[in-house]
Design a protein around this ligand. Sequence first.
Ligand SMILES: Nc1ncnc2c1ncn2[C@@H]1O[C@H](COP(=O)(O)OP(=O)(O)OP(=O)(O)O)[C@@H](O)[C@H]1O
Ligand SMILES: [Mg+2]
Length: 347
Amino acid sequence: MTAEAVQTQQPLLRVRDLKIRIQMDNGVMNAVDGVDFEIRKGKTLGLVGESGCGKSLTSRALLSINPKECETSGTVAYLSSSEPGAAGKPLNLLSLDPNGRQIRSIRGRKIAMIFQEPMTAFSPMYTIGNQITEAILIHRTRNKKEAKKIALEMLSKVGISDQEKRFDQYPHEFSGGMRQRAMISMALSCNPELLIADEPTTALDVTIQAQVLELMKTLQQEFGMAILLVTHDLGIIAEMCDEVAVMYLGKIVEQAPVKEIFHNPKHPYTKGLLRSMPRLGGNKSKRLDSIEGAVPIPVNMPPMCGFYERCKDRMEGICNAQSVPATQISGSHTVRCFLYSDQHGGE
Ligand SMILES: Nc1ncnc2c1ncn2[C@@H]1O[C@H](COP(=O)(O)OP(=O)(O)OP(=O)(O)O)[C@@H](O)[C@H]1O
Ligand SMILES: [Mg+2]
């Protein structure tokens, strides 16, 4: 698909100026600092970045499920055709009461989430079947028999055999890979329009990981859902995504269609991430380059590029003197780096 075609796809979720501030003992942490992105209907957006850059906070903010100390602002416009705000206008999910009826009817039913650790999604007290059926009864049908039928179908779709027996087992009786599959079946049992998958396969071994990703793709094709895929693994991004947002220190530093990110990366951070990516058939004796230095903690950060200390191309007096605006490289490619900004003699 061309970049233009990706761009004209209708957005389902439009995030603007999302900020999450957390009051710490030594100041305010701007953990998410003015994030903008769109997730298009039926497409996959990858959110990639090193540990601690704010991926999970961002993805949980979309459903207002961050803990209380996370002070959140901005807009998360939900442009579903079936869930309009007043008079068909987009609904700002951040304006809803996080414990209210409206957001609860969207969570699970319209926008489902899967987490890195499936145990957080299941209670150890109830059987897997009971918990999946419960979700279906809340969101889809009041008929228990029908709910069970849907649950069994979903378990089979995610490749769990002997579903009747598995239905009555408890989470601890499932292996890690099976729990992950069961969580996916629970998330998908209500045909969500959007699936938020936060590191859905990190805890799994590579074979199961490949199976789970394949399954998500198949189900996406079948149900036409959009996916926000959070990962620190560029291999998974290449495999799964249509578009990519690269996150660093609470900001999106580069955003583009997937091919553009891999073939024409601009931000020194994106380039660094790509250099640290293992390649099939690569020289195994050669050590991978990792990006030097650690991600700083964004407490009381002055307005400057967060990557400054680690960047080989930094320009003193420019990159450490002001915050970095986003520059549009092409219709669908933006980057936050002074190397490409008109004001400072960029390309
Ligand atoms: N409730 C909280 N209180 C204080 N700090 C928090 C809280 N939640 C997250 N943080 C901090 O905010 C930053 C971003 O956290 P987040 O979990 O979003 O990172 P991440 O990109 O998902 O990282 P990972 O790849 O390790 O999952 C981190 O520095 C984290 O320590
Ligand atoms: Mg995380």
